[in-house]
Design a protein around this ligand. Structure first.
Ligand code: DQA
Length: 150
């Protein structure tokens, strides 16, 4: 069976919909999951969608993706700006990955302008709300379609 695209969500993203809706929108994480499932299915892929508030669990899932995933989409939440552990896990993971953010982190507080994990991903999509995830799925699907079978 074809490997899924992992969609990993970091801390506080379980609160989407009620958390600062003026910044992150009114859609819940379940709504985002449904969007991802629809978009991926239309492109011939399946997704494995997860959320954790724990850095170590996110690191373990990135390690799992080394063998289990076709690609990886990561919204690391606040760990984006702090986590060398997630950077190292992504550097050790050869499957193509995309960093996403709902908000445009570059128009926000200066501490959000730096991402530790960007160095390890193919690209970054931010600022389009829940649509950021769909754009990431499209980018990954296009890359995976042209990749040579291993
Ligand atoms: C976020 C941006 C981060 O700065 C923030 O800590 C989040 C969400 C986003 O999706 O816009 O939790 O990753």
């Amino acid at each position: 069976m074809a490997k899924p695209i992992y969609v990993l969500n970091g801390p506080n993203l379980n609160l989407l919909g009620s958390r600062e809706p003026e910044v992150y929108g009114k859609e819940t994480l379940d709504d985002v999951r449904a969007r991802c499932e629809r978009r991926a299915a239309a492109l011939g892929f399946s997704i494995d969608f997860r959320q954790s508030n724990h850095e170590g669990e996110l690191v373990a899932w990135i390690q799992e993706a080394r063998g289990g995933a076709a690609g990886l989409i990561v919204n690391a939440g606040a760990f984006t700006h702090t986590s060398i552990a997630m950077l190292d896990a992504l550097l050790a993971c050869s499957v193509p990955s995309v960093e996403v953010h709902l908000s445009n982190i570059f128009t926000r507080e200066p501490f959000r302008h730096h991402s530790y994990i960007s160095k390890a991903v193919k690209g970054v999509i931010c600022g389009f709300g829940a649509q950021s995830y769909e754009l990431a799925i499209e980018a990954l699907a296009a890359r995976l379609a042209t990749a040579k079978p291993s």
